[in-house]
Design a protein around this ligand. Structure first.
Ligand code: NAI
Ligand code: MG
Length: 353
């Protein structure tokens, strides 16, 4: 029997609605599997917690999380109670940084029954591996002079370690998929870092002769996400390029409410964190209509991460059978509630057993 210890942090807003829904689904999956058990511990860390305690999580919060297998997070943010930079940096970003979650992965695929803004999209199924710790998002640089002479300098940091780590992750992932890695570059315009990026990509690719590769400039690559997303399998990108591509990926799927994500710790020292792309959705909180699919698909990514790809595959098939039959929340054009969609997924999973 394999037991996974999961720290649930529902957080704010609809996080409190979709995390319980996805947790219910995970419990059903463990019944189907037989050999896999989940042990959930829930933490109330959120903006409401902040009002009471003056912080988003207790002093020893990270210490209490560090021995879990993974963290299953909903969303953080309630502008009525706490400014966003305080809430996000006090919980979400703190966990990502301190737990060295240096890779961010986000899949995008056509989901039957969910209308994409693309006209007649072919059956795309891609995943972006984003370097999550350095690159363009650095605090190195500075400002000098005032007025019309004012100058701002922003340095990007590309270490061999960080670059290679992201690329190796992408190649390993491609082995389990359609065996293709695309590198997002811009070496025709960025003088130092991107030729370095290309060089490391070429080197790493030699260790994976069974994987096909190509390299695309980020501008053309973004255009292909719209015109021919079906040509991609795994895409590896720097922090900034990956950030942009993953929003585009969520957009071509049809709703932010269905998009999943994972923050991966690759050195095994700390847990990884699984969270949907969407935020706390204050405009629909409490109405019971939040789309649970983003959170449930995020649970599938957690299963994949622990080698339970078969079970994850079953779950995604059931999600698609439900959307195909028009059982949809309002954000994707339906009339169903969070509970309605969750119950249907649950019922169909139990029928497989
Ligand atoms: P948001 O993702 O919360 O909402 C954007 C729009 O998408 C809203 O109209 C919302 O109703 C809709 N939406 C989002 N998730 C949905 C779902 N599951 N089902 C149906 N509709 C859904 O982004 P927004 O409004 O920019 O941010 C709201 C709060 O969430 C802010 O405090 C922000 O800082 C925080 N936030 C937190 C994130 C995280 O925890 N990772 C990510 C993005 C935002
Ligand atoms: Mg973004």
């Amino acid at each position: 029997m394999k037991t996974l210890k999961i720290a649930n942090i529902p957080g704010d807003g609809i996080g409190k609605e979709v995390v319980p829904a996805a947790t219910e689904i995970l419990k059903t999956l463990s019944d189907i599997h037989g050999g896999l058990r989940f042990e959930f511990t829930s933490f109330p860390w959120s903006c409401e917690y902040y009002l009471e305690h003056g912080k988003m999580m207790p002093e020893d919060g990270l210490e209490r999380l560090k021995d879990f297998d993974s963290i299953f997070l909903g969303a953080v943010g309630n502008l009525k109670l706490v400014p966003d930079h305080v809430s996000l940096w006090g919980l979400l970003i703190k966990i990502r940084r301190e737990f060295e979650q240096v890779i961010n992965i986000r899949p995008a695929k056509v989901i039957d029954g969910v209308r994409s803004p693309l006209l007649n999209p072919k059956d795309f199924d891609l995943i972006v591996v984003r370097e999550n710790s350095e690159g363009e998002y650095s605090s190195v640089g500075g400002k000098i002079f005032q007025g019309e002479d004012e100058i701002a300098i922003q340095n990007a940091i590309f270490s061999r370690k960080g670059t290679e780590r992201a690329m190796r992750y992408a190649f390993e992932l491609a082995k389990k998929r359609r065996k293709h890695v695309t590198s997002a570059t811009k070496s025709n315009g960025i003088f130092h870092s991107m030729p370095f990026w290309d060089h490391v990509f070429e080197e790493v690719s030699k260790d994976y002769p069974e994987i096909n590769t190509d390299s695309q400039h980020i501008d053309a690559l973004s255009a292909f996400f719209v015109t021919r997303p079906e040509r991609f399998d795994v895409i590896v990108a720097s922090n900034l390029f990956g950030d942009i591509l993953t929003d585009l990926g969520a957009a071509i799927m049809g709703s932010v409410g269905i998009a999943p994500a994972a923050n991966i710790n690759v050195n095994g020292k700390f847990p990884s964190m699984f969270e949907p792309v969407h935020g706390s959705a204050p405009d629909i909180v409490g109405k019971g209509i939040a789309n649970p699919i983003g959170q449930i698909w995020t649970a599938k990514m957690m299963l994949d991460h622990y080698g339970e790809e078969e079970l994850g595959g079953i779950l995604l098939n059931v999600i698609e059978s439900v959307t195909r039959d028009g059982i949809l929340t309002p954000d994707i054009g339906g009339k169903y509630t969070t509970k309605g969609v969750t119950d249907e997924i649950n019922t169909r999973l139990k029928a497989i057993d």
